[in-house]
Design a protein around this ligand. Structure first.
Ligand code: SF4
Length: 432
């Protein structure tokens, strides 16, 4: 990391340029912040009290928060339209151009001497030069490039938002849970190995010079690990040949040095798996994949209440869920369990809380496992919404969902010395 602190006396501005290996962050007067990748695309920003995030597919999400009359923090987000994206890009690139011009025309004073060396200055000028080659039109073309490589990435677990996604399968094998519309636009298919090979090359090309921002590999779409083990072994071997996966036999003390010499290192491979598809695999199957880098599998448990599962039309029993987690743990693979807080509204609330806590408490979850509490999102017109209306179910309010989340947490009885991380999961904040 190298920091450059500048004063632009003409406008009385203070500028901070923070260069890391894979990202440059520019801060003007402490309140306007923008981050660019190595090639010069803007990837994140903070302006006028709002956060902006731009995905690889050139989607831009605006996020902000405020306190309501009761003092509760309300988080809001929305996608920007094309004109708004254009205006934002012009503003961000204008900011970078303004600083670069001031530096080139001798109107920027370095204020933290002797900390900044000439290489830091030259590096910043060169980086801002790359930034100056971008505009809204060029960013929009990125979406086309993205769609030549991927079907839209509709969801990832929160700790995987910065993953390198490999879409080795498309869609969901089932696609009929009443609440889920993530993959309704595509049939399920497993890509043949030559296509996976080609996909890996395309992904590497697309993400060239921004690979260093990503340190985990996620296999998409909904349940990629349902594919036969022999096929998965071939895929995992290809991944190992194509990317620098941190060797599993390194001692903890050796990992930092190894990663220093492998700037595009990856921690391992991650994926979703549903209970009804996962329970066909044995410990030995997952153990082979573990050897080849599989670290954690995310399982959509949704609820521990069998009646609610039926209402959601989600296949797989609670017993199968227990078996699957047990099998994964037996193979040394960690799990991320996803629970739908608020599913089933007022009618299922009591049983949902009680049974979900009972199931989670029985899974022997440890510190390398995760529990995600995801606020239920009801899509108007969905099969879930129609069923709920017929059953007279009242959806929980935001406040009631927060209460339900707290009730669940209060019932969790994990080993205090080895407890899993429990975190909220807002699927509406997902952007890739
Ligand atoms: S919840 Fe999972 S299994 Fe159900 S339709 Fe969605 S992706 Fe498929």
């Amino acid at each position: 990391m190298s920091l450059l602190k500048l004063a632009l006396p003409k406008n009385g501005e203070a500028v901070l340029i923070n260069q890391k290996r894979d990202a440059l962050t520019l801060t003007v007067d402490g309140f306007s912040i923008v981050t660019f990748d190595r090639a010069g695309r803007w990837i994140g920003a903070f302006l006028d009290g709002k956060n902006y995030k731009r995905g690889i597919d050139n989607r831009v999400m605006e996020k902000w928060a405020y306190r309501n009359d009761d003092g509760a923090k309300i988080r809001q987000r929305r996608d920007l339209g094309d004109d708004e994206k254009k205006a934002l890009a012009e503003r961000l690139y204008g900011l970078a151009g303004h600083v670069r011009n001031a530096m080139q025309q001798g109107e920027a004073l370095v204020v933290d001497q002797p900390a900044a060396d000439p290489a830091t200055w030259d590096g910043a000028i060169a980086w801002l030069g790359r930034v100056s080659t971008w505009n809204d039109e060029r960013l929009a073309e990125e979406r086309e490039r993205f769609l030549q490589v991927y079907k839209p990435i509709t969801i990832l677990p929160p700790d995987q938002y910065l993953a390198l996604v490999l879409q080795i399968t498309e869609g969901c094998t089932y696609n009929r849970c009443t609440f889920c519309d993530f993959y309704r636009d595509r049939p399920f298919r497993v890509k043949p190995i030559p296509e996976v090979q080609n996909h890996i090359s395309q992904v590497k090309d697309l993400l060239r010079n921004r690979l260093g921002l990503r340190h985990v590999i996620f296999l998409a779409d909904a349940n990629a690990l349902v594919a036969p083990t022999d096929y998965l072994v071939e895929v995992f071997q290809l991944i190992n040949q194509s990317f620098d996966l941190t060797p599993s036999d390194l001692a903890a003390s050796e990992i930092a040095a190894w990663r220093e010499t492998h700037p595009h290192w990856f921690r391992g491979i991650y994926s979703f798996l549903d209970v009804f598809t996962g329970h066909h695999k044995r410990v030995e199957d997952f153990a082979v994949l573990r050897e080849l880098g599989l670290q954690r599998v995310y399982v959509g448990l949704e609820t521990g209440d069998p009646a609610l599962l039926t209402f959601l039309n989600k296949p797989g029993s609670i017993e199968q869920a227990r078996d699957l987690i047990h099998t994964l743990h037996g193979a040394g693979v960690h799990v991320g369990i996803i629970v739908l807080v608020g599913a089933g509204g007022d009618q299922f609330a009591g049983a949902h809380v009680e049974n979900t806590a009972l199931v989670l408490n029985s899974l022997n979850l440890g510190r390398d496992d995760l529990v995600y509490l995801s606020e239920f999102v009801e899509h108007p017109g969905s099969e879930y919404a129609q069923r709920a209306a017929r059953a007279g179910i009242r959806p929980l309010s935001k406040g009631e969902m927060r209460d339900q989340m707290e009730e669940m947490r209060a019932r969790f009885r994990f080993d205090p010395q080895n407890r899993p991380k429990v975190a909220p999961y807002d699927i509406q904040e997902f952007i890739y």
